[in-house]
Design a protein around this ligand. Structure first.
Ligand code: ATP
Length: 259
């Protein structure tokens, strides 16, 4: 059964087609990768899934609920969280505050409660803090919570971003190039972390990644986008030997698929 389902999704900007009738699904409980050459439309597809871009055609659903007309914060509430290609942590906020901010869309206390600092609001804030601390510990950041987040080493900032996404208690986590800029040691830790997120928290993972070695090791399914068209879907082994995929990558990056 699929958790995420896209059918016939088409997206254009000023008449130029970025996604062309894309059919795509993420089976429940799986780690899935979306690969493709630069400019293929991968990040645009993420933006459609999170409600940031509105495709002109098609349907997108999470566990049977149509999300196409939802606002981004409603999509987050439904259970889809993401990280960005370039780390986007809030400046002048601590590590802990950044992760707490991830739960903003889920808070229930109203504005009157907030102004009066009613017990209900204090309880909710304490709960938000508890979840943020738990998520930071889960990603391996057990100290430095009061440091300004953007002063942390780059690899740590990526983890804080993942913790912030986890704090929204998603069912599906989208990771946009999570290994970019990481050392080989940090990449190994990332593989371990992603597996733990799926295995221990039962969260489905969809990642965009250019490090195809990492993709082939980590993914259970791989989908390939080329010029806005989904050209292949299969196991890592099937994708590595798919002629259309090899051709899409030829001339783009040597040894792109570690063939
Ligand atoms: N808001 C926008 N307005 C106009 N064009 C856009 C917009 N967003 C994306 N595009 C275009 O859509 C195409 C696909 O871009 P996208 O960033 O989705 O590709 P990608 O596969 O993620 O690339 P990369 O691997 O380099 O990150 C590009 O030609 C880009 O210029």
């Amino acid at each position: 059964m699929s958790l995420l389902d896209l059918k016939g999704v088409s997206l254009s900007f000023a008449g130029s087609k970025v996604l062309d009738a894309v059919d795509f699904s993420v089976p429940a409980g799986r780690i899935v990768s979306l690969i493709g050459p630069n400019g293929a439309g991968k990040t645009s597809l993420f933006n459609c899934i999170t409600g940031f871009y509105k495709p002109q055609q098609g349907s997108i659903s999470l566990d049977g609920t149509e999300t196409l007309r939802m606002k981004p914060h409603q999509v987050t509430q439904l259970g889809i969280a993401r990280t960005f290609q370039n780390v986007r942590l809030f400046r002048e906020m601590t590590v802990l505050e950044n992760v707490m901010s991830g739960q903003h869309s889920r808070t229930r206390a109203g504005i009157i409660d907030a102004i009066l600092r009613l017990p209900s609001q204090r309880r909710e804030e304490a709960e938000i803090r508890r979840i943020a601390e738990e998520c930071l510990s889960f990603v391996g950041i057990t100290e430095g919570w009061e440091r300004e987040a953007t002063t942390l080493p780059y690899g740590w900032q990526r983890r804080v971003e993942i913790a912030r996404a986890l704090a929204t208690t998603p069912r599906l986590l989208l990771l946009d190039e999570p290994a970019a800029g990481l050392t080989s040691g940090e990449k190994e830790e990332l593989i371990e972390l992603i597996r733990r997120i799926r295995n221990e928290r039962d969260i489905c993972i969809l990642l965009i990644e250019h490090d195809t070695g990492l993709v082939m090791r980590l993914s259970e399914r791989v989908s390939v986008l080329d010029h806005g068209v989904m050209i292949a879907e299969g196991t890592p082994k099937e994708i590595q030997s798919n002629q259309q995929v090899i051709e899409a990558y030829l001339g783009v990056e040597e040894d792109a698929l570690d063939l």
